[in-house]
Design a protein around this ligand. Sequence first.
Ligand SMILES: N[C@@H](CCC(=O)N[C@@H](CS)C(=O)NCC(=O)O)C(=O)O
Ligand SMILES: *[C@@H]1O[C@H](CO)[C@@H](O)[C@H](O)[C@H]1NC(C)=O
Length: 220
Amino acid sequence: MAEELVLLNFFSSAFAMRVRVALAEKGIQYECKEDNLFDKSPLLLEMNPIHKKVPVLIHNGKPICESLIIVQYIDEVWNDRSPLLASDPYQRSQTRFWADYVDKKVYSAGKRIWLGKGEEKEAAKKELLEVLKTLERELGDKVYFGGETIGLVDVALLPFSSWFYTYETCGNFSIEAECPKIVAWARRCMKKESVSKSLADPHKIYNDFVLDAKKKLGIE
Ligand SMILES: N[C@@H](CCC(=O)N[C@@H](CS)C(=O)NCC(=O)O)C(=O)O
Ligand SMILES: *[C@@H]1O[C@H](CO)[C@@H](O)[C@H](O)[C@H]1NC(C)=O
C-alpha cells in the first residue's frame, strides 16, 4: 500500500521543524500543508481537536500530535534507516530525558525573551544561557547528542538554533559568546542537507513571523 503522509506545518514553528528534520533524516517523502496559526484550517482543528496546534502528522488518514511523540512514531515506523534512538532501554530512557529537558526549558525561556519585557526578559536570557550550558555539558566531546549520528535530542533542539537570531535580536545579547559549543554543534548539523533544508531561515522567522506576531499581539 502506498503510504499517505501529510504534515500540517507552520514554517517558523520549532516543533514542526523537528518533524521536518526527522522525515528528511530518514529520506521520507511527504506532503507539507502550511497552516495559518492566526486563522487555523478546519483540517487542523479536526486532526488536533485537543490542542489545536501544529505539527500534526497524518499517516494514512490517522493523526499523530505532539512533536516529540511524532518524531518517535516516525522512528518506530521507519525503523530500517537512520535510527534516532538506540535499542538499549537504558540509553533510550536517557535520550528521552534530555529531549524532555529541551522540551520543558528552551521554548519557554526563548518565548519570554522575544515576548517579554524588563526584568522578566533579563531573567529569561539568563535562564536560556544556563539551559544551553547544561546542554553543552551533556554534549561533551560528542559530534552530535546522538553520538556519531543525529538522534532524538539533536532533532528536539536543532529548530531552536533557527530562533537564536530572534532571541539575540530581541534580547540584545550574543548566544555564541556565552555558549560557543552549542553554536558550533548547530553549525555542524547544518552541514547535513537533511537539516539545512528542513530548518527555517532565522531572518525569515524574525522578519516574517516575529515582527508580525508582536504587532498582532500588540507588543511594542
Ligand atoms: N507541545 C507541542 C507544541 C506545539 C506548538 O506549540 N505549536 C504552536 C506553533 S509553534 C501552535 O500551533 N500554536 C497555535 C496556538 O497555540 O494556538 C508539540 O511539541 O508539538
Ligand atoms: C545592547 O548591549 C550593548 C552592550 O552589550 C549596549 O552597549 C547597548 O546599549 C544595548 N542596547 C540596547 C538597545 O539595550
